[in-house]
Design a protein around this ligand. Structure first.
Ligand SMILES: Cc1cc2nc3c(=O)[nH]c(=O)nc-3n(C[C@H](O)[C@H](O)[C@H](O)COP(=O)(O)O)c2cc1C
Length: 167
């Protein structure tokens, strides 16, 4: 087991990129997560909801917004057995209305964070990290939360150098 872990949430399918609806084979955040994994040799874990959001963009927006408005904690398909061996957790997610998808809240509340360093990264369409770093700090008060990295969704494939510098 590596002592670093990349944990991420990402949704492929229909998305809005640079002003247009596009179908993504792999989600933007998943591409960044893969680059971090390659650069660091970290283990990789994808956060998946039991009931995933729709492939259709507008339907997904409605579902995700409803979850955020009622402060939901969507059930997850699974978790890493333990975080015990990991010192550094790279935590990735798309920006959903200035914060993380609610499934990431479910994930963070599942574990104890004492002694862990969280390095947050997000992909977005203009809102950057939003208030997500503040939200991570309040969900994981015992973790050391480092400076975040925000990458525009349409630029992820060109972002390797920026990612390397941030790592
Ligand atoms: C439900 C939903 C809400 C979103 N809200 C925002 C937002 O408030 N601000 C923003 O900059 N981008 C927003 N986006 C765009 C995503 O953050 C962006 O496309 C991201 O790269 C998607 O990552 P993924 O492909 O890994 O899921 C939203 C996308 C979705 C699907």
């Amino acid at each position: 087991m590596a002592n670093k872990l990349v944990v991420f949430y990402s949704r492929a399918d229909e998305n809005y990129v640079n002003g247009m609806i596009k179908t993504l084979e792999i989600g933007n955040t998943e591409i960044v997560a893969g680059m971090i994994q390659e650069l660091t040799g970290a283990d990789l874990f994808k956060i998946e909801q039991v009931k995933s959001y729709a492939k259709d963009y507008n339907e997904c927006i409605a579902q995700a917004q409803a979850d955020q408005q009622r402060d939901a904690r969507p059930a997850l398909k699974g978790y890493p057995e333990t975080l015990d061996g990991y010192d550094v957790i790279y935590l990735g997610y798309p920006n959903y209305w200035s914060t993380m998808p609610m499934a990431v809240f479910t994930f963070l509340e599942h574990f104890q964070w004492e002694g862990k360093t969280i390095k947050p990264f997000c992909t977005h369409e203009g809102s950057g990290m939003g208030s997500s770093v503040r939200d991570i700090k309040s969900l994981c008060p015992d973790a050391k939360v480092e400076k975040g990295l925000a990458i525009r969704g349409g630029n992820v494939r060109q972002a390797k150098e920026e990612i390397e510098n941030w790592i």
